[in-house]
Design a protein around this ligand. Structure first.
Ligand code: NAP
Length: 373
């Protein structure tokens, strides 16, 4: 009989619940949600530790409910963490992870399933420092769309079924190429095996890091345009279909220039592929996919046409006066310039966009405060 490992989930919100419910229901895994405080854990317990997923994209699939009786928080935690899925917002990650550091070890598997870029660097530079901790780090890129129900707080509405790509993160940023042999080795890893049990129910796909990175950068560019611009000008995505192109072009052109330095090994991949024995590496059209014309067109198509009636998650955050993930989206271009000692002016468009999103949020908060006074 297969013995499935326990998996802890840090950030049991929309994405954390989606993955947790599916892992327990279809993956046979025991899932342990980790909450920020005793107060939040007790709220969860009041609802009998139950979470439901309502598949809005196909209601014939029916509501799926699971119970997570081992849920914990820093004050109640016992034992160790072998497998951890991080699904809090990017900017929440460092604070969320710190209380659980003593329970991690060098064989722990950690996957971050979040939008944006830069969390891995943050963990290595600011969270794991001063410890000998070197867990196995993985990255997930999730395309599914899900949100909390307004009335039933323990229910999440699964609105859009897309897929979830997963990969092992490289140990060394300069050596990002993963062969099919290495990929197959990672298929024996407990966390990868557990997630691959969701191949059908959540369309989980395990791929080489270079394949994941290329898709992640494409998705990142869409987010750099749609999330921030809809937040600044306060509109739904579709309203930018006929007028967004000039600003999208400026954002993407600058980001692609920075990528040429920051992700040099990816842009050099075709030469490496040509020199490698057939069948060892996947073929990738990096230049064909990460080019200005193609990415601007696909941003308009994906962002403004296919998801035209959507209000972006960042716009929702700004409207609801919550912090945003802007520092890990447009702000990450600014971070990359600093990291690679590029001139500050190489990120002037994305820095301005980052500042405008922060301004929009602050403005909304100030207006709200003055209404209350
Ligand atoms: N939702 C989607 O459709 C979607 C799609 C693609 C990608 N993503 C990405 O996935 C990530 C997660 O998004 P989400 O929509 O799932 O966000 P979310 O619903 O806000 O969930 C985040 C969860 O993290 C928890 N959290 C925050 N700080 C914590 C701490 N210190 N300790 C423990 N838990 C903590 C929050 O709990 P509290 O209530 O206590 O704050 C919340 O339950 C983001 O990067 C997002 O961009 C989301």
């Amino acid at each position: 009989m297969t013995v499935y490992p326990s998996i802890h989930i840090l950030g049991f919100g929309a994405i954390g619940s989606l993955i947790g419910v599916h892992l327990q229901k279809y993956g046979g895994t025991k899932v342990i949600p980790l909450f920020r405080s005793l107060e939040r854990l007790n709220e969860f317990k009041k609802n009998k530790c139950k979470t439901s997923i309502k598949p809005l994209f196909d209601l014939s699939l029916g509501l799926v409910t699971e119970q997570f009786t081992s849920a914990a928080c820093p004050e109640t935690f016992k034992g160790k963490i072998d497998n951890l899925i991080i699904t809090c917002k990017t900017y929440q990650t460092a604070d969320a992870l710190r209380p659980f550091l003593p329970y991690l070890h060098n064989e722990s598997n950690i996957i971050m399933i979040q939008n944006g870029l830069g969390v891995t660097e943050l963990l290595k530079e600011e969270v794991f420092t001063g410890t000998d901790l070197k867990p196995n780090l993985f990255q997930g890129v999730i395309g599914h769309g899900i949100f909390q129900d307004k009335e039933i707080k323990s229910q999440y509405n699964f609105a859009g079924f897309v897929n979830c790509k997963i990969s092992k993160l490289p140990e060394d940023d300069k050596n990002i190429i993963e062969t099919f042999d290495q990929l197959n080795e990672w298929k024996k890893n407990d966390l990868i095996k557990a997630l691959l049990a969701l191949e059908n129910s959540l369309a989980v796909v395990h791929m080489t890091y270079q394949e994941l990175l290329l898709g992640q950068l494409e998705k990142f560019l869409v987010n750099c345009c749609i999330n921030s611009v809809t937040s600044i000008v306060d509109c739904i995505n579709g309203e930018l279909a006929n007028c967004g192109e000039p600003v999208f072009t400026s954002i993407i052109e600058e980001a692609l220039n920075v990528f040429q330095t920051a992700y040099k090994p990816l842009f050099e991949y075709p030469q490496i592929f040509d020199k490698t024995e057939n069948g060892k590496l996947p073929k990738l059209d990096v230049a064909g996919r990460l080019n200005l014309d193609v990415t601007v067109k696909s941003t308009i198509e994906m962002g403004c046409i296919i998801n035209g009636s959507n209000s972006s998650s960042m716009r929702q955050d700004v409207l609801n006066l919550r912090d945003t993930e802007i520092d890990y989206i447009n702000g990450y271009i600014v971070t990359l310039c600093r990291k690679f000692s590029l001139p500050e002016s190489d990120a002037k468009v994305n820095r301005t966009i980052q500042q405008l999103v922060k301004l929009r949020l602050r403005l909304n908060q100030t207006r709200h405060e003055s209404q209350l006074a």
